[in-house]
Design a protein. Sequence first.
Length: 129
Amino acid sequence: MSNVTGRHFQPILLSQMEGKQVSDKTQEISAIENKYGVALFRMGLTHLADVGVRHLTDENVDENIKRIMANGEADKANGVVTIMTAEFQCEILRCAAELAKFSIWELFAYIKNHVAISHEGGGDEQSYN
């Protein structure tokens, strides 16, 4: 997290934020942002997301759906019980493929404003609007 003052970025350590408990992982991410600066950090996030998006071509999605379904059939035939069904995994992939049609920054803005996130994974969802 950083303050923007004019054209200069001033990093703020998350431990300086009053009244908020911050997880170790968030501190690690903050340290990376402070190490590289806001501009490179944002470019790194964009690149990370972009690499995933580039792999979600229609052809790649169709191939992966076929592979997932074939593995699901093999698992059923062998009596393997999985946490997620093949159909559910395919729905996740289809959802990701649809989301890949948006720009990375449109997705980040949506997440920032509309996706409640639990910092500790314990169901304490918080929205940071």
